[in-house]
Write a protein that binds this ligand. Structure first.
Ligand SMILES: Cc1cc2nc3c(=O)[nH]c(=O)nc-3n(C[C@H](O)[C@H](O)[C@H](O)COP(=O)(O)OP(=O)(O)OC[C@H]3O[C@@H](n4cnc5c(N)ncnc54)[C@H](O)[C@@H]3O)c2cc1C
Length: 398
C-alpha cells in the first residue's frame, strides 16, 4: 500500500522561503501539522554563503543549516511534487505518494538557466549546496576555471574561487560590456572589469559561448569570436527560471512567476506562493515584480506562513539585496536596471556612493555602493512619489 500523508499546512520546496514560512506558522499555531516536500537532498540552508562566506572562511557548513526541524515539521526530502490536485486538496510526488493539505504554500524557487545546445555533463550551473561541495572539491584538485556569466553568481563565484585559491586561473566570460552591466552604470561596471583584472581574473566581455565540448580532462569552450579556451572546470551563473510548471498545470494564474495577491494567495485562496517563484504587486513601485533575493524570501515566507494560519496581513515589503565582490560590497532596494535613468551621487567616485534608478521622475531602485546602514532611508525615499530631478537627489542620502 502506498503511504499517504495528511497535513494542515503543506509546503512545496525546501529553501529559505519554506523555512521562514514553517517558523511563522509554528509561532502562531503550536500544534497544526506542517509537512515540507523538497527535491533537494539537504534540509533548508542559507544560499548566499554558497558563493561568499563558505569560501572566505567566515562561515562553515554547519552554520548554513537553517535548522528547520526546530519547527517540529515533517520533511520529505529528495521528493519532487509532480502534481497539485486542487479538487481533492492533495499534492502528488514522483513516486505517486499523496499528501493532503488544508493550506498549501508553493515555494519552489527557480532552476538555473542552461546554455542552449550544450549537453555536456559536469558543467556546474551553480545553485545548491551539492554544487558548492562539488565545486569545492574541483577547486582543490584543479587549476583553470571558466566562469560563464557576469551577474551576481558569476561575479561572486569568480571572486570566491580566487580568494580561496589565489593561484587558480579564473576566466569570466559573458556577453555584456562589463561585470554587473545589467544593473550598474557603465562607469561602475567598467571599473569592476578593471578591478577584477587587478585581482588576476581574466575578464572576457562581449563574448557569447557557442559550444562546450568535454575533453579527456576538462572542457573546450568556444566563443562567437572564435576563441577556443580550455578549462578544467566550467561554472555557469546565467540566471534562473521560476519553477511554475506544477502551478500552471493546476490552472493557477502564472506569468513570469506565480501570481499572488497582497495576502500572497494565488487565485485559489487555499494556495499561497512566495519567494523567488512569486510575482506580486509592490505598492511602493506600483508594479508587478518577482524578486530573487534573500530578504524577499524571508519576508514573503514569513507573511505567507502567517496568512496560511488565517491572518490577513498584506505584503508591502520593499526587499533589500546585497552582494560582496572582493573588498567591495553593496546593498540595494527596489529595481536596479541599467536601462532606467540613473542618477549617480558619488561620495568617492566609484568607491563609495549612491545610484538612483528613475522612471518618469519616480525612484524605482537605489544602490548603496559601499554605503552602509542607509537601507531604511532608501526605502522611505522610494515610497515618495516625486517626481525627482537629479538635483533633488544629490546629497539626499549621506
Ligand atoms: C549562490 C547563491 C548566492 C546568493 N546570494 C545572494 C545574496 O548575496 N543576496 C541575496 O539577497 N540573495 C542571494 N541569493 C538568492 C537567494 O538565495 C534566493 O533568493 C533565495 O534562496 C530564494 O529562496 P526560495 O526558497 O524562494 O527558493 P529556492 O532557494 O530556489 O528554493 C526552492 C526549493 O524548492 C525545490 N523545488 C522546486 N520545485 C520543486 C518540486 N516540484 N517539488 C519539490 N521541491 C521543489 C527546489 O529544488 C529548491 O530546493 C543567492 C542565491 C544563490 C544560488
Amino acid at each position: 500500500m502506498m503511504e499517504n500523508y495528511s497535513y494542515k499546512y503543506l509546503i512545496i520546496g525546501g529553501g529559505m522561503t519554506a523555512d521562514a514560512a514553517a517558523r511563522s506558522i509554528r509561532e502562531i499555531d503550536p500544534n497544526g501539522t506542517i509537512g515540507l516536500i523538497g527535491d533537494d537532498n539537504d534540509p533548508p540552508y542559507a544560499r548566499p554563503p554558497l558563493s561568499k562566506a563558505l569560501w572566505t572562511g567566515d562561515e562553515a557548513l554547519e552554520d548554513i543549516d537553517l535548522e528547520t526541524s526546530e519547527t517540529n515539521l515533517t520533511m520529505h526530502l529528495s521528493r519532487t511534487v509532480t502534481k497539485i490536485d486542487r479538487h481533492n486538496k492533495k499534492v502528488i510526488d514522483e513516486k505517486g505518494i499523496k499528501y493532503s493539505y488544508e493550506k498549501l504554500l508553493i515555494a519552489t524557487g527557480g532552476t538555473p538557466k542552461k546554455l542552449p545546445k550544450v549537453e555536456e555533463e559536469g558543467i556546474i550551473y551553480y545553485r545548491t549546496l551539492s554544487d558548492y561541495k562539488n565545486l569545492k572539491k574541483l577547486v582543490d584538485q584543479n587549476k583553470t576555471f571558466g566562469v560563464l556569466g557576469g551577474g551576481f553568481i558569476g561575479s561572486e563565484i569568480a571572486a570566491a574561487i580566487k580568494i580561496f585559491k589565489p593561484d587558480a586561473e579564473v576566466t569570466m566570460i559573458f556577453p555584456e560590456t562589463g561585470i554587473g552591466a545589467l544593473i550598474f552604470p557603465k562607469k561602475l561596471s567598467n571599473h569592476l572589469n578593471k578591478y577584477y583584472q587587478e585581482k588576476n581574473i581574466t575578464v572576457m566581455v562581449e563574448e557569447l559561448v557557442t559550444s562546450i565540448k568535454k575533453l579527456d580532462k576538462g572542457y573546450l569552450v568556444e566563443t562567437i569570436s572564435d576563441k577556443k579556451l580550455k578549462f578544467d572546470t566550467v561554472i555557469a551563473g546565467l540566471g534562473i527560471t521560476p519553477n511554475i510548471k506544477i502551478a500552471e498545470e493546476a490552472n493557477l494564474e502564472v506569468k513570469n512567476g506565480i501570481l499572488v495577491n497582497q495576502y500572497l494567495q494565488t487565485n485559489d485562496p487555499d494556495i499561497f506562493a512566495a519567494g523567488d517563484v512569486a510575482l506580486y504587486h509592490n505598492p511602493s513601485l506600483d508594479t508587478y515584480i518577482r524578486v530573487e533575493h534573500e530578504d524577499n524570501a524571508l519576508m514573503m515566507g514569513e507573511l505567507a506562513g502567517q496568512n496560511m494560519t488565517g491572518k490577513k496581513n498584506s505584503f508591502d515589503h520593499l526587499s533589500l539585496f546585497y552582494s560582496d565582490l572582493f573588498d567591495y560590497g553593496y546593498e540595494a532596494v527596489g529595481i536596479l536596471n541599467s536601462n532606467l535613468y540613473m542618477v549617480e551621487d558619488w561620495i568617492d567616485p566609484l568607491e563609495e556612493g549612491i545610484v538612483y534608478y528613475l522612471k518618469e521622475g519616480r525612484i524605482q531602485g537605489i544602490l548603496l555602493w559601499n554605503v552602509w546602514e542607509k537601507v531604511e532611508e532608501a526605502r522611505k525615499l522610494i515610497t515618495e512619489s516625486g517626481p525627482f530631478t537629479p538635483e533633488d537627489l544629490k546629497g539626499r542620502i549621506k
